[in-house]
Ligand binder design. Structure first.
Ligand code: G3I
Length: 350
């Protein structure tokens, strides 16, 4: 994207943010004492939100209100939820999250428009020509981004499109539409919601290596084609079973230097259960390192946890025998990771 377009969109967003602060009448920090959101102005600090827990667990809800100034729907803006039958859309749970966020002066990251997973069964089991699939994808992006137009800070437009070796993942989209589906998706999303920041988002992008090289090349290619990409999301699903990705900070920096915002979008740090004080201490260093990496890069705009309490984390359901991946335990008690994150945020110096 050109500098001018970027500057124009930045100032539009800034104006909206200023208007929000004026409407609130006081900085969020005064309205919500004592959470992570009150520690620093950048990065925004967020969590994925489980809408069932939000509706049914008052402790969960109060913690989100207290701690965070940006939220991401963990599942309810995914295609299988928003269009369960072809042509029948249901944005009610996403709308509920947007209302909740607005009431609590929080921004919303939209997740996600184009992915190979959590697609509706009518789409995965149907027989469509490439032309039909292109039309289905375009229609989906216009419907969803259009529905939430003006209410989403940033969209994960394309999620997890790369393999570990940096080649494009073999998905329904690549197979039918070829690699150009990515540029098309960003163009359509921009038309549908011109003020939303548009992100490419992926896991295992943390280290400098073939996968992040490919994502950086994608950014540069899209920019060269004047395709509106604003940011790259580094999911940050780490495990203490593996060494901390030491090149993460430098990696964030090289994306920022390419002229895009960066964000940590789905941070968690899992471990083999049971948790011990030693493992929790190691986990705390991983979270703190991620936060420090973000804090050090001016264009690292947000740091989102993929769940903040072990009570509702996705991890045990996906990694047998692993868990304890979030900063609060199942009783919402802070672990060392919570304090490590808070300290790393507080050491910004501004
Ligand atoms: O909604 C159904 C419910 O009706 C049913 O009774 C229940 C029985 O298992 O399943 C429910 O659906 C589950 C859904 O989460 C909502 O809870 C799915 O089985 C489950 O597979 C799904 O998992 C989500 C996963 O994405 C799917 O790939 C996780 O909650 C969610 O945390 C995870 O998030 C992804 C990001 O979107 C992208 N990056 C990786 C990240 C972690 O995998």
């Amino acid at each position: 994207m050109s500098q001018t377009t970027h500057a124009r969109r930045m100032s539009a967003w800034l104006a909206a943010t200023v208007a929000l602060v004026v409407a609130i009448g006081a900085p969020a920090a005064l309205a919500h004492g004592g959470g992570l959101r009150d520690v620093a102005r950048r990065p925004l600090i967020g969590t994925a939100v489980d809408m069932n827990a939000l509706a049914n667990d008052p402790t969960y809800k109060a913690a989100i209100e207290r701690e965070f100034n940006i939220v991401t729907p963990e599942n309810v803006m995914k295609w299988e939820t928003v269009e369960p039958q072809q042509g029948v859309t249901d944005f009610s749970q996403g709308d509920a999250l947007v209302r909740f966020a607005r009431a609590n002066h929080q921004l919303v990251r939209g997740h996600t428009l184009v992915w190979h997973s959590q697609l509706p069964s009518w789409l995965t089991s149907g027989t469509f020509t490439p032309a039909q699939l292109r039309d289905i994808l375009r229609r989906h992006i216009f419907e969803e981004a259009g529905h939430f137009r003006g209410r989403i800070y940033a969209w994960d437009v394309v999620n997890e499109a790369f393999n570990e070796d940096g080649t494009l993942r073999d998905t329904i989209w690549l197979r039918a539409l070829g690699p150009g589906y990515i540029a098309d998706a960003f163009r359509w999303a921009h038309q549908a919601d011109p003020h939303a920041k548009l992100y490419y988002n992926d896991f295992n992008l943390e280290s400098i290596g073939p996968k992040s090289d490919a994502a950086l090349a994608l950014v540069k290619q899209l920019q060269a084609q004047h395709v509106p990409i604003d940011g790259v999301g580094f999911q940050g699903h780490l495990s203490i079973e593996f060494p901390y990705p030491d090149t993460f900070g430098a990696n964030l920096q090289r994306f920022a230097a390419a002229g895009v915002d960066v964000a940590i979008t789905e941070a968690d740090v899992r471990m083999v259960l049971p948790a011990t004080p030693e493992k929790l201490a190691t986990q705390a260093t991983y979270f703190a390192n991620m936060m420090r990496g973000c804090v050090a890069v001016r264009r690292c705009v947000s740091f989102t946890l993929w769940g903040f309490t072990d009570k509702y984390s996705w991890v045990p359901g996906f990694f047998a025998g692993e868990g304890a991946a979030t900063p609060l335990d199942e009783s919402f008690q802070p672990k060392p990771a919570y304090f490590a994150l808070r300290d790393a945020l507080a050491r910004r110096g501004d």
